[in-house]
Design a protein around this ligand. Structure first.
Ligand code: APR
Length: 313
């Protein structure tokens, strides 16, 4: 059987961390591509030199040439500029639009059957850009944000309750911005409502920290943004597709209004619960939102829309 092939565009902090995580799981062979060819080649070689110790058989190659990415099963776009302190994700809009546009043109040319996972910020607008420029079916293009936001939410709940992270199920939908929508009702500790473990005030504290969790890391690092948890989140999505796990995850996908009054939104990409399997976005799950969540959702969708409207697409 042929080995699967994953291309990671951008061999920076997230791209290289993801390459190592994927290689350790022997998920597929990996091509790391970067405008800085030396960085892609150097990090790929460094990872391969770890393989005898860690004991993995995946091949990781670095390149600056898109021909080496041909016929990938999955392409992850991490290329772009990260946030600096004081910069919002939206400040990155036009700089990263040009990057994602040129990368998407190459994906369309070299890997026309690929699933595309977008990581570059501002996430929802960049996912929309990749969808439009590749022209791929909407089931094959998705943005990674909800898995990360949900993981941060889960970690903070675990920290506050003192209960293992393995027992926490947390869910965040909406745009990947400060007005993301953490879902209180769908967040559980060992299957029980989180409200049994945290007071209302404690939960709101956790939610606030979740909204600004990306910024908290940027403030600490000073020279870039988070990469370990983002890379782990992408791994989760890649495995759900390649192993046909059909996990329910939050991801930014194209909504065309077909799921009715709760989501209402159409003509843009934003985070919703999906079933992710071998055909990509196999289902979009409709939830009963509370009035407060519904309001937050609408606000979040409007801020995503205002960004997308600025793009020359
Ligand atoms: N083609 C290929 N690679 C590119 C291109 C391009 N057109 N433009 C930039 N790159 C590369 C850079 O050379 C760099 O190696 O993308 C890489 C980005 O890596 P980092 O700066 O380390 O950024 P990272 O932390 O990995 O984040 C990547 O994800 O979370 C978002 O906002 C973040 O948009 C950023 C992206």
């Amino acid at each position: 059987m042929d080995r699967k092939k994953i291309t990671i565009v951008g061999a920076g902090n997230i791209g290289a961390t993801l390459a190592l995580l994927l290689a350790r799981r022997e998920t597929a062979d990996i091509t790391l591509i970067d405008i800085n060819e030396g960085v892609a080649k150097g990090k790929a070689l460094d990872i391969m030199e770890a393989s005898p110790i860690l004991g993995f058989n995946a091949h990781v190659v670095g390149t600056g040439n898109y021909e080496d990415t041909a016929n990938s099963d999955v392409v992850v776009i991490t290329a772009g500029f990260p946030r600096k302190p004081g910069m919002s994700r939206d400040d990155l809009l036009f700089k990263n639009y040009e990057v994602v546009k040129s990368v998407s043109e190459k994906i369309r040319e070299y890997s026309p059957e690929a699933f595309v996972i977008v990581v570059t910020n501002p996430l929802d607008a960049m996912t929309y850009t990749a969808l439009k420029i590749t022209g791929f079916p909407k089931e094959r293009v998705m943005g990674m944000a909800g898995v990360l936001d949900s993981a941060r939410f889960a970690y903070f709940i675990s920290e506050k309750t003192g209960v293992s992270v393995e027992n926490i199920n947390a869910f965040v939908i909406g745009g990947h911005g400060d007005d993301m929508v953490p879902l209180r009702k769908f967040t559980t500790v060992a299957g029980l409502p989180v409200s049994e473990f945290l007071s209302k005030e404690e939960l709101e504290e956790v939610i606030d920290r979740t909204r600004f969790a990306g910024g908290e890391i940027v403030q600490l690092l000073k020279t870039g943004s988070a990469f370990y948890a983002p890379a782990a989140s992408i791994l989760e999505m890649v495995l759900s597709i390649l192993w046909n796990k059909r996990k329910v995850l939050s991801a930014s996908v194209y909504l065309d209004g077909e799921i009715g009054e709760y989501y209402g939104a159409s003509g843009l990409c934003v985070g919703v619960p999906i079933v992710l399997g071998k055909d990509g976005v196999e289902e979009i799950i409709k939830l009963d939102l509370t009035e407060q969540e519904w309001k937050e959702w609408k606000r979040s969708v409007e801020s995503v829309r205002s960004l997308i409207e600025k793009l020359p697409l």
